[in-house]
Ligand binder design. Structure first.
Ligand code: NAP
Length: 281
């Protein structure tokens, strides 16, 4: 059986076409204004700079403006909080993305949580997480929300299925588990202290790899016919799961690259357009 490829790049491209139309409609209505996403990059980490540039380019592709804030490596928590407050108060800014990770002297959680809920289009605040987990409206954390959108685009059944999420980070593993639970999956969350991880994974109908270690999850741990979602990305184009042997054993899988990554950025842009529409419509 050849695995169905969950093509995040194709789904993202299709969504961008629809988003461009929504941005155009807003522009016409408002005399030229578009939704505006503010991106905040603190420090000089080249990978973070690349991610921010990719997000700004995605804004451009759908005709949206962005505000690029760059702050030095030496930035303090207070300085970053002041910048976020300024953007919270700016009526022409509809969404705020604070690129993770920030330099270690900064209290990242405090800064994330200072983002106004209605501008938290990357879904990083505790309040947004709590509301999402309780089934109330909030913008979802972009990577897991992008994964949910990708699974939905391919009609992957979730209700009653056993999902095993490997990783419990605040922006990926934990919100992923809550979103799958809200979709009526039965969810197991695994982490670095989990005993006998291969046996846990062997019971999964759906496996989500969010570990941050190249090909850490072995193909032989995954049962035939499972749905395999790999959130990882590492140099050399590999993810957190050993995907190659799964192409003829899994029911479906996300390729690396071209699976989860494009859906993450696309979800940020989609949620920014949603936020812009709420303010401008
Ligand atoms: P993270 O904050 O480093 O979290 C990694 C998680 O993996 C932690 O919960 C950790 O457990 C768990 N873990 C580590 N070693 C483990 C082990 N031996 N067995 C089981 N679990 C283990 O990483 P993250 O930010 O969630 O990112 C995870 C992956 O997703 C990375 O590859 C990253 O590059 C990728 N990512 C992709 C996107 C995208 O747009 N595609 C966005 C964000 C992240 P503990 O909690 O016990 O330490």
């Amino acid at each position: 059986m050849a695995a169905l490829i969950l093509d995040g790049k194709a789904v993202a491209q299709k969504t961008e076409a629809a988003l461009s139309e929504r941005v155009n409609a807003l522009k016409e209505k408002s005399g030229g204004q578009t939704p505006i996403l503010a991106t905040i990059l603190v420090g000089g980490d080249p990978a973070s700079a690349t991610y921010v540039r990719m997000k700004q380019n995605a804004c451009k592709r759908v005709g949206m403006e962005s505000i690029a804030v760059e702050m030095p490596e030496s930035t303090t928590t207070e300085q970053l909080l002041a910048k976020i407050e300024e953007l919270n108060a700016n009526p022409n800014c509809h969404g705020i993305l604070l690129q993770h990770p920030v330099p270690e002297q900064i209290d990242e959680r405090l800064c994330f949580d200072s983002i106004a809920l209605e501008k938290d289009v990357d879904g990083v605040t505790c309040l947004g997480f709590g509301r999402m987990a309780m089934g109330e409206f909030a913008y979802g954390s972009a990577t897991p929300q992008g994964i949910m959108r990708l699974l939905e685009a391919y009609d992957i059944p979730l209700s009653g299925k056993h999902a095993v999420v490997v990783g419990r980070s605040p922006i990926l593993g934990k919100p992923m588990a809550m979103m799958l639970l809200n979709a009526n999956a039965t969810v197991t969350i695994c982490h670095s202290r989990t005993e006998n991880l291969p046996a846990m994974i062997a019971t999964a109908d759906i496996v989500v790899g969010a570990v941050g270690k190249p090909e850490f999850i072995k193909a032989e741990w995954i049962k035939d016919g499972a749905v395999v979602v790999d959130a990882g990305y590492h140099p050399g184009g590999v993810g957190d799961i050993e995907l190659a042997p799964l192409h003829d054993r899994a029911a479906a899988l996300t390729p690396v690259p071209g699976g989860v990554g494009p859906m993450t950025i696309n979800t940020l842009i989609l949620q920014s357009v949603d936020a812009g529409e709420k303010k401008m419509a």
